[in-house]
Design a protein around this ligand. Sequence first.
Ligand SMILES: [Zn+2]
Length: 135
Amino acid sequence: MAEPSRTVPGKGKVPFDPDWFWRQFRQVPAPDYAEDLGPCRIWRDYPVDSNHYPGVSVDGKRWIMHRLSWWLTEGSLPQEPFFVLHHCDRRACGAPAHLYEGTKKDNKADEMERGRWKGSGWEIRLRQYREHGVA
Ligand SMILES: [Zn+2]
C-alpha cells in the first residue's frame, strides 16, 4: 500500500498537518489491562467503545485513523499478513503506545487464538491478566 502524501488535493494543496491530526483526539483512561501504556486517545466525537474504525481523508483517500497514527509514528505500514492492532481493544483509539503489529489471529484478543501467540512480555502479561485476573 502506498503511503499517504502530505497534501490533501480535495481541499487544494493543503499540506497534511500531523499537528492537526494529533489535536483531534480526546484523552481518556485506558482499560485496566492497558493502563501501563498510558491513556487512550479517542478520535474526535467517536464513542470510546465504538464498533467502527474512524476514517481520515488524506490525499483523496480514506485512511483508517489508527493506521495513519501508526504511519506518522513509525514511518511505514505493516505488510500483510500483519496489521496495526490495538492493545486496548478500542477501535477509536489512536494512541501510538496502544498500537502494535500483529496478524488477524492476534487480533482475536478474547478468543483462543491469542492464547497460541507467544507475544511480547507485555502481551503475555495481558493474556495472564485476562485469563487469571493477575498480571
Ligand atoms: Zn487505547
